[in-house]
Design a protein around this ligand. Structure first.
Ligand code: MEV
Length: 305
């Protein structure tokens, strides 16, 4: 196998639009890629491996390398890996983006031919070593880009044909711990399985309705579905006072819909608005005290730079 010299790969961050938590139990979800993410640069070193990273949690680089070398019979050489993240600390999927970018860079470095499915399989295996219950939707989103419908059971991805849609992102200033929240929901499911199953099933229906709303470009309907999904997430106990307050403010100022994105407990909210009021809504929410995160939709997934 031929090795190339220096490889740079960019993997985008993600936001969860509908279906978090239920997707862990096999239900579908809708997520999308953003225009900010993680860049991994990989080159052959002289002596030992060296990792320089702006991401505090470097476990995802380690597991990505481990899985890659377990599954590919290549000669290990010392490597320099540099990771730069524009998304760490917001719950925007930096861990999965690091795993996907590292795996992609390694495949390119060793000139191994690959498909999106192969990158998914290797990256998902790596992520599960650290987050055993992870559904894999964030791995899929950073690989495929755009808006995806992800099946929590089969892990299949369906791309939704859309170039952009009008959303804004506000940050709660609290970094959520995904594993703790997933565990909390799992314990609750053990205690009250019927109630939690009913919530998951309703979330599953909302995702299906969300696809229709997307296909019809019906943002008002999609906003209503987001609000309903947020109500379910509150019932699961993963929203917080701060998230509720931000969502209330957004709705008060005319948002079509607003909900937390991801595990809950903190991180970001997504606000849906009319396209022509996006800029004004951004300024209004900022003035109302919501730390706004300037980012956009991206139709592109992981790629070599
Ligand atoms: C976290 O971003 C979303 C969860 O559904 C966990 C997962 O899908 O892996 C809570």
């Amino acid at each position: 196998m031929k090795k190339t010299n220096s490889i740079r790969v960019f993997a985008p961050g993600k936001l969860m639009l509908l279906g978090e938590h239920a997707v862990v139990y096999g239900y579908p979800c809708i997520s999308f890629a953003i225009d900010r993410g993680v860049t991994v640069e990989l080159s052959e070193g002289l002596r030992a491996d060296k990792v320089t990273s702006s991401v505090s949690d470097d476990r995802f680089i380690r597991v990505a390398k481990d899985v890659f070398f377990q599954k590919n019979a290549v000669r290990r050489v010392p490597m320099h890996i540099t990771i730069k993240s524009e998304i760490s600390g917001y719950g925007l999927g930096s861990s999965s983006a690091v795993a996907v970018a590292t795996i992609t860079a390694l495949l390119q470095f060793y000139a191994i031919s690959f498909s999106k499915q192969k990158v998914f399989d290797l990256s998902y295996e790596a992520v599960k070593k650290i987050q055993p219950k992870a559904s894999g939707y964030d791995v899929a989103t950073t690989i495929y880009g755009g808006v995806i419908l992800f099946d929590g059971k089969t892990k299949q991805v369906k791309k939704i044909n859309i170039k952009d849609f009008p959303f804004l992102v506000g940050f709660s200033t609290v970094k959520a711990d995904t594993s703790t929240l997933v565990e909390q929901v799992s314990e609750q499911k053990e205690r009250e399985s019927q109630r939690i199953d009913a919530i998951f099933s309703s979330i599953g229906h909302l995702v299906k309705e969300g696809i229709q709303a997307f296909n019809n470009r019906d943002w008002k309907r999609l906003g209503g579905i987001m609000d309903e999904n947020q109500r379910m997430l509150s019932m699961l106990g993963v929203s917080t006072n701060r998230l509720d307050e931000m969502i209330f403010v957004a709705k008060h100022h005319g948002a079509l819909g607003a909900k937390l994105s991801g595990a809950g407990g903190g991180d970001c909210i997504i606000v849906l608005c009319w396209k022509n009021s996006k800029q004004i809504m951004y300024e209004t929410l900022k003035k109302a005290g919501i730390p706004m995160v300037p980012l956009n939709f991206s139709s592109k997934g992981v790629r070599q730079l």
